[in-house]
Design a protein. Sequence first.
Length: 318
Amino acid sequence: MPHSFQLYFRKRLITPYFMLKIAFDPIYAHPLSEGHRFPMLKYELIPQQLLHEGTITRENLFSPGLLDEEIILWTHDAGYWQQLRDLTLPAKEARRIGFPLSAQLIEREVRIGKGTVDGCHYALENGIAFNVAGGTHHAGTNWGEGFCLLNDQAIAANYLLHNKLASSILIIDLDVHQGNGTAQIFENAPRVFTFSMHATNNFPFRKERSDLDIPLSDGIKGEDYLTLLYDTLPVLIDQHKPDFIFYLAGVDVLASDKLGKLALTREDCKMRDRFVFEQCIKYKIPVQVSMGGGYSPQIKDIVEAHCNTYRLANELYF
């Protein structure tokens, strides 16, 4: 069978009809109490802005359905999933998540996971696909925390492996927080390489061990950050030869982020995203992108930084 990304290039030659596909559903913008620190509004504003400026049309967006429980259980412990589903998670474990549990919240998480799984198929066809939400990398096999209940990219990675759609996967986690749940899920999984580049003095305060962790000191600026990325990512790809990449493109690396501790500008963030996409294109590897965190006090800073990631994808791929 030809390499999945070869199918993308073949498609480009035979038909002009391909596009950036983006998972989005109104349920992503889950209602929270006034003053909650999680910026749910961004999930409405990102697609609105991209539509308004003409970067995408309605045809780019797709509304994901619900994941089959079987697919969830390839990644998460059955007891943990059943407690989530039935809203019987012990109060202490629920507090760790940071959202009040409800049937609507669980449905939201399941749809986000399905959006990332479906995005893998679109990435195999078109080279790249996005999920407006996702990047729920703090959810481990049998726990949720830090606004993460189910680990969408871990679920999708196991889906690809189970269905023999990929044999070697690289997860690039450039959120400001370590992808501790992802690291734990794949700690004994040689076909999935986990790479996390994150603020060392930040949540989670008990880190797991990724295959490669690059802890960053407080206040690191874009030049030093980008040098580390430029020196690291091509070597990882060359050594491990993944046939699929997941990219967690958190914008909580910005200097303005109230939960971040790094000092990147919006332009630094764009350069980061550009480099990741250029490596995927250079090595002909399909990539699924989930958006991850962003907690700047001004919602416009979060939305603009996220939208830049979509704009770059359109520029480089389509």
